[in-house]
Design a protein around this ligand. Sequence first.
Ligand SMILES: [Cu+2]
Length: 146
Amino acid sequence: MPKLMLTILCLLICSTLAHAADHTVKLLSQGSDGKIMVFEPNFIKIAQGDSVTFVPSDATHNAESFSVPSEKSSFNTPYGEATRVTFSEEGVVLVKCLPHFALGMIGVVQVGDNADSTKALADWNKAKAAVAMNKEIIDEALKKVK
Ligand SMILES: [Cu+2]
């Protein structure tokens, strides 16, 4: 009997651990819709504890958070290297490619079902002045947060 209980316990724990999913966001010089300098997708909703692998198309792109629920969610990936980032905090994270930030190369990651976008919207409104194009795409992406 204890063996059976251990097996059940293990199955429960293992299935919980296996539940965290890994998603992929591409950092592209040209997106599949023809737009240049994009995160694809530029909005992704994931569960708390999931990870996202940011995959740059070449060495000119990276992924760097610029709005986070708190500092512990900050990250900065190396140029040109697919890098996996785990999101352990609920909320909305805004991510930029540093060299193409002014071109609007920005992505939105919603973590969890009840993410509050207030901080992300405020940070985006502050950052907008430095962005020359694709602003409306980011506005649209942020509207998907719910
Ligand atoms: Cu870039």
